[in-house]
Design a protein around this ligand. Structure first.
Ligand SMILES: Cc1cc2nc3c(=O)[nH]c(=O)nc-3n(C[C@H](O)[C@H](O)[C@H](O)COP(=O)(O)O)c2cc1C
Length: 457
């Protein structure tokens, strides 16, 4: 069997503590020039798509903006639309939540991006995981975790129905005659427990039929949602053993939804650090990790696990001696606490004891391990092995520098993978669906314009 192709995406670091701001090479995180630079690097490397996460509220620490969070984040779909003008093949993926938006608006904005980019749009459907963000949109309370997924399922079905409401080839373009018309504007009606909408969708069917759907949840409900209805999973499982288990679990869910192995690509978030020797890369990786976990970050992570205020705790001293609060309410919807606070604290204590680590060093060790570390050759080997042994179908690279963080990967590692024939040397298709090796989107059927979901669960 020929080797699997490695699919690649570039994550522009955003509202998080990934970027090492102290590095003199770090530049603006909101200027267009930064987005353009990273996107062009990704396109030079033959990447499938560029990816923007969504953070609708800056993280706070005790009422103040967290020290390693950044100034803010421009609107995803607007940024991607700007990038459509300066790239030619790169897919453009935006995270947009289904909890605080409306299907008509999002279907229209994604269809617009797909048209303006010539079929390169993707949508990462997230439910958003905290009440903290919900406060921005308060409409009489925040949706419970289960309702958020039900809404996501119905939301995506509604958006697909809107795209399907316009027949294929309904855009009449006769440049000589100056005709740009859509004579077959379709009507839609969509009813579900959370939506009851009808009208005429005002944008012609997107060039891809349906933009590529990405999903990032990790719960059983999230995995089923992805297996049923997504094209790509953006996963948090970047360690090979956990990644293989996750890969098998999700791929095994596909037949239940009438889908095959290749219909869903699994791409974990990963990082990399290169060096002239493996040993030098390891030292650099340690420096990067230390810069990503400030003393304040360390304390806030400890507080998240221990479930209580740890003001005054010395980050350079040992872990708290007392047991964490088992607060299941707080833990809900937060994938990192699925193991439970008590269990997590026990693992952290074990780590501290085994390696003689301070609180901050434990957080560094436990939360921000680099995925690929070594020379360019070592990293190329690790990446290829990861994909060929079914840990993933590719990767979403999260660089620690903005915007030049993928330069070394593209200049030093990608050429080696190209030599092995597992990364494309040039784009053979024009749409993101083609880059990802996905079949065409479902064609609209008569029934899909008047969809109805009775029981979304
Ligand atoms: C790798 C990864 C990336 C995510 N990116 C975002 C994001 O950019 N914005 C957001 O609101 N939620 C994001 N999420 C949260 C998920 O979409 C989801 O809301 C959360 O994980 C809860 O779902 P679950 O219970 O199925 O894990 C991300 C989750 C994962 C695993």
């Amino acid at each position: 069997m020929p080797d699997k192709q490695i699919h690649l995406a570039a994550h522009f670091p955003g509202v998080n503590n990934t970027t090492v701001w102290a590095d003199p090479r770090s530049r603006s995180q909101i200027e267009l020039a930064s987005f353009v630079e990273l996107a062009r690097t990704a396109e030079r490397g033959g990447f499938d798509f560029f990816f923007l996460a969504e953070g609708l509220r800056l993280r706070e620490y005790k009422g103040r903006i967290h020290d390693l969070d950044v100034v803010g984040r421009p609107d995803n779909l607007t940024v991607l639309t700007a990038l459509a003008a300066v790239t030619t093949h790169l897919g453009l993926a935006g995270t947009v939540n289904s909890t605080f938006n409306e299907p008509f608006d999002i279907a229209g904005r994604l269809a617009t991006l797909d048209h303006l980019s010539g079929g390169r749009a993707a949508w990462n459907v997230v439910t958003s995981f905290d009440e903290f963000t919900g406060e921005n949109f308060r409409r009489g309370g925040f949706l419970a975790e289960e309702d958020r997924y039900n809404r996501a399922i119905e939301f995506l079905a509604a958006v697909r129905a809107l795209w399907d409401s316009r027949p294929e080839h309904d855009l009449l373009v006769d440049r000589e005659a100056g005709i740009f018309a859509a004579p077959h504007a379709g009507e839609f009606r969509f009813r579900s427990p959370q939506f009851d909408i009808s009208g005429v969708f005002d944008i012609p069917r997107p060039p891809q039929g349906h933009p590529v759907i990405v999903q990032a949840g990790d719960s059983p409900q999230g995995r089923d949602f992805a297996a049923a209805d997504a094209d790509v999973i953006f996963s948090r499982h970047s360690h090979i053993d956990a990644a293989r288990t996750f890969y098998r679990d999700v791929k095994d869910r596909l037949p239940r939804f009438g889908r095959g192995e290749n219909d869903l690509k699994i791409m974990p978030a990963v990082t990399y650090v290169l060096g002239d020797t493996d040993a030098e890369a390891l030292v650099k990786a340690r420096e990067v990790r230390a810069a990503q976990v400030s003393p304040q970050t360390a304390i806030s992570r400890l507080e998240a696990v221990w479930g209580r205020d740890l003001t005054g705790h010395d980050p350079d001293g040992p872990l708290p001696a007392f047991e964490p609060e088992e607060d299941t309410l707080l833990a809900k919807g937060q994938a990192q606490f699925r193991t439970g606070r008590g269990e997590m604290a026990r693992q952290w204590r074990e780590l501290a004891e085994a390696k003689g680590l301070s609180s901050r060093e434990v957080v560094i060790e436990a939360t921000s391990r680099q995925t690929f570390v070594g020379t360019a050759r070592t990293v190329a080997d690790q990446m290829n092995e990861f994909v060929q042994t079914d840990g993933a179908d590719g990767f979403v690279f999260v660089p620690h520098l903005t915007p030049g963080g993928l330069d070394d990967l593209v200049d030093q590692v990608i050429p080696l993978l190209r030599e092995r024939g597992v990364v494309r040397t040039e784009y053979t298709g024009t749409t993101l669906r083609e880059h990802l090796g996905l079949g065409p989107a479902r064609t609209p059927s008569a029934s899909s314009t008047t969809a109805e979901i009775r029981d979304a669960s």
